[in-house]
Design a protein around this ligand. Sequence first.
Ligand code: MG
Ligand code: ZN
Length: 381
Amino acid sequence: MKNTLVSSIILISFVLNACRNQEAKLQKVQTNSQYEVNHSASTFSDSLKYPLNVILMIGDGMGLAQIYAAMTANKGNLHLQRCKYIGLSKTNSADDYITDSAAGATAFACGKKTKNGAIAVDTAGKPMPTLLEMAIKEGLATGLVTTCAITHATPASFIAHQPSRDMYEEIAADFLKVPIDLFIGGGIKHFKNRKDKRDLTVELAQKGYQIALSEQELQAFNTGKIAALLADEHIPSIGKGRNQNWLQNATKKAIQILSQNPEGFFLMIEGSQIDWGGHANDANYIIEETLDFDRAIGEVLNFADKTGNTLVIITADHETGGLTLNGGDLKTGEVHVAFTSHDHTAIPVPVFAYGVGAENFAGFYENTAIFTKILELLGLE
Ligand code: MG
Ligand code: ZN
């Protein structure tokens, strides 16, 4: 009886998989947004062992196929290729072979695997200190930059502590409890249009934050604490209201503000919507968002080159879409892709490191090791 049941389940999943495979239609895409990459060797000194600044860049859902699709679209060039130290990160969460973005970001932020959906709390729901909070205690300046709502799972896991990623208003209120220097993203409605009638932008202003509600307002601030809430919910996708320099400009501003602190800084930058392109099985969406993220990477690597005291880590929380590349042309930038899922997948994701201490990121390790390595290199406890 048991064996029959088991073989029926295997047969059903075989049939289901066969159906899904037939659904995996080939998409041929080509984008128009090409740019130059300067591959000249970096100038930072190898003698420095510990960085002053750490910039962690998370491409949500950005697996190797997403990276190579974007690289092909840009005719074989990405800023990412300037990184010489590369590792692999195992992304499973505490309760699932396949992580979500909350557990994935919590692994980076707190160094512990937790349940899917949890924001910087352990499997029992207990808050865990985050890298960002620890950095503040040691006198570092801190910042979060994202292309989605600032209350969304990835940025939230560095500053909030909530049992569920869906508790946006509670997550927004947590921003008042941590003296972060700067955050740039969307999600204004979770700060202003709330069930408890609090206006968190007023409370942030009382705490000394300059509030920016547009890119122009953000760019006008040149020092001090900044809360930039630039969309009601998420920042629009590329070509649908967000220009190709949005993330690069936000990144530049964040670095300009945070680098004024002589004690150094910790900054997390997320390319949020690579994941949404994966969920939508939309290759063009993935490529545009990955190229956008890579332009921000170029900005960050230039800063690391210029200062010589910065560590940059570029990785993903997980892959999305089970993307594969069945063909393409590096001369024309055409890519032929197929998807095997509308969700996240279990495949390990690459970790690219650049600058002071980058060599520590070679190897095959758990996603939680990224936290441990940053903690040690920044000398935090
Ligand atoms: Mg995310
Ligand atoms: Zn996702």
